[in-house]
Design a protein around this ligand. Structure first.
Ligand code: PLP
Length: 402
């Protein structure tokens, strides 16, 4: 008797492509057809990688630094990461507590594989970065989504955190500053979370990839820096992509307890091996070299943030929280749900994003992808000129809805 086996694994069948990458692909294909699309979809700085970083990569190439490196990264880079944590957060790590991976996403993926088992619950405050729930689920963990409110600046409250905690809670994900909302936790807020994590004995995965992109003097604090006890319960996921406009270089890193880092190293050794050798050398320069380009990028982002938040809040029926960091805004457009254009009803964030792309030729990412349907995510990592034009188009398009 012939046995029919499904071609794809259940695991593969359960996955959809990353929606942010999908939106960008659609916008790019429209652009290729000659349609002028303004994209607020990108999750990457529009600036080029700073020259000194590119030079370091060229030098590595010329010197023949083109072979396998240790799986978890070269010592030079681990040392630069160790110095960075010491300098910025007063945290002391040893090399055995650091691993370099192929991007922050890969860091998170390996971490999830290293610590989650079937049945482990992972608290993920919503709105969340699109990849957290699938990566937790791929590792067998159960994402426990906890809604946050616009009025609370999209931050999880201690009460809601306590309510979501069970005996199966293995970890909480804290992403500050956040993608998609740009909200960031203060030291006092983190202290309350740390207290709960310690008393309920769960880990905190602190995704600090937007650490350097903060505004109006906001002081970034790592939850790991609050106490020695909390440091033992925290695993920091970080990377060079956002701070140094290095999204294509694929370098992320993780800092945490040695046992976890060592397990991640095993997983990495049986899957990707080391991150690209020359990108590692470039990242040493990024972290240890001059930091002035970062300041320039952040001031450009700050100017755009002020403009975009102001414009969005002036549009009738739209409210937009002014973010403390990252390069996204997450305006609430839900007062337009239920309205129609040419007989087609806009019922949710996906319909509205499609409407913006088709009618306004503006790409945004639907809030539902981040677990918050009243909203759309707009990235302002694009020129002021495009931001101005894009908002004009959105404003005009919304007037067509009735
Ligand atoms: N964490 C957050 C919150 C992000 O927004 C991203 C990228 O969009 C990453 C991690 C991963 O970045 P990368 O894999 O490019 O280093």
């Amino acid at each position: 008797m012939e046995v029919h086996m499904s071609i794809l694994s259940n695991r593969a069948k359960s996955l959809r492509p990353s929606p942010t990458l999908a939106i960008n692909a659609k916008a790019k294909s429209m652009q290729a057809k000659g349609i002028h699309v303004i994209s607020f979809g990108a999750g990457e700085p529009d600036f080029d990688t700073p020259e000194n970083i590119k030079e370091a990569a060229k030098k590595a190439l010329d010197e023949g630094f083109t072979k396998y490196t240790p799986v978890g990264g070269i010592d030079d880079l681990k040392d630069a990461i160790i110095k960075k944590f010491q300098r910025d957060s007063g945290l002391s790590y040893r090399r055995s507590e650091i691993i370099v991976s192929c991007g922050g996403k890969h860091s998170f993926y390996n971490l999830a594989q290293a610590i989650f088992d079937q049945g482990d619950e992972v608290i993920i405050p919503a709105p969340y970065w699109v990849s957290y729930p699938p990566m937790v689920a791929l590792a067998g963990g159960t994402p426990v989504i906890v809604e946050t409110k616009e009025k609370d600046e999209f931050k999880i409250t201690p009460e809601n955190l306590k309510r979501a905690t069970t005996s199966k809670t293995k970890a909480l994900i804290v992403n500050s500053p956040s993608n998609p909302t740009g909200s960031a936790y203060t030291k006092a807020e983190l202290e309350k979370i740390a207290e709960i994590a310690i008393s309920k004995k769960f880990f905190v995965i602190s995704d600090e990839i937007y650490e350097k992109i903060v505004y109006d003097g906001f002081r970034f604090v790592s939850i790991a820096s609050l106490s020695d006890e909390m440091k033992k319960k925290t695993i920091i996921v970080h990377g060079v992509a956002k701070t140094y406009a290095m999204t294509g270089w694929r370098i992320g890193y993780t800092a945490g307890p040695e046992e976890i880092i060592s397990a991640m190293n095993n997983i990495q050794s049986q899957s990707t091996s080391n991150p690209t050798s020359i990108a590692q050398k470039a990242s040493v320069e990024a972290l240890a070299g001059p930091q002035d380009e970062v300041g320039k990028m952040v001031s450009a982002f700050a100017q755009r943030r002020n403009y975009i938040v102001d414009r969005l809040n002036k549009i009738s029926g739209v409210s937009c929280y002014k973010p403390a960091g990252a390069f996204y805004v997450f305006p609430n457009f839900s007062s337009y749900y239920g309205k129609s254009y040419q007989g087609k009803k806009i019922e949710n964030s996906t319909h509205l994003a499609d409407f913006f792309l088709d009618i306004a030729r503006v790409a945004v990412v639907p809030g539902v992808e981040f677990g918050a349907d009243p909203f759309e995510r707009l990235s302002y990592a694009t020129s002021m000129e495009d931001i101005r034009e894009g908002l004009n188009r959105i404003e005009e398009a919304l007037k067509k809805l009735s």
